[in-house]
Design a protein around this ligand. Sequence first.
Ligand SMILES: [Zn+2]
Length: 241
Amino acid sequence: MQASVEQQNLILQVQYLDDEIMQANTKLKSLPEVEQLAHIEKRITAATEELATVNAEADAIALELRRGEVDVETVTDRIKKDEIRLNAGTASPKELEQTQHEIETLKKRQIALEEIELEIMMRSEAVQERLKVLNTDLSSLEVLKSEINGRMTTATTEINLIILAKQKSKADLIPSIEKPLMDLYLKISGSSNGVGAASLVGNKCNGCHLAINAVEMDRIKGLAADELLRCEECRRILVRI
Ligand SMILES: [Zn+2]
């Protein structure tokens, strides 16, 4: 194919713009904030799951505590009733002895139940403390997530503006490029990782970075400037610069 030196330079400029667009897109995908956000999300999920577990535990302890309180109340009530009966002085000596014995047993039971209640209260305090820590952690994580999101939006906006500017420059160039040359560029670019044209620097193709052999270099040197070159290795358009 024939193409003027100007046309060859234009296609190389399109390639440079495509290179910059590809680099910007890679940068978008590899922003450190993407990984940071994924990490924070994982921590938020784990903390939320733990919070649900601890909340369920707190509910169970609260129920246990209410039952414990009722048990203590029941025994305390019975002791009071027994004491009233004892003080009324209407019971027979045998009944008095039985009631006194019952009060002693109930008091032992009361002490045991109060110890159980105390132990439940201690567990309740520990679980409430854990809930407080988890809620604080979650709030900090949410703040961090929002900060990272903000940074990512700023970075993404900047990169997208660069991409838009490069796409505009490319669109401005394309009408000046002859259609067969542009079509060839697009065809090669589509099958060669977005690189359709490369410069020839010394004896090296900047597309595949391979050296061109001496015989081919001699042949190239003998060709007219408007003869469109193709790299023998990667088949990309080769532009002498
Ligand atoms: Zn090559």
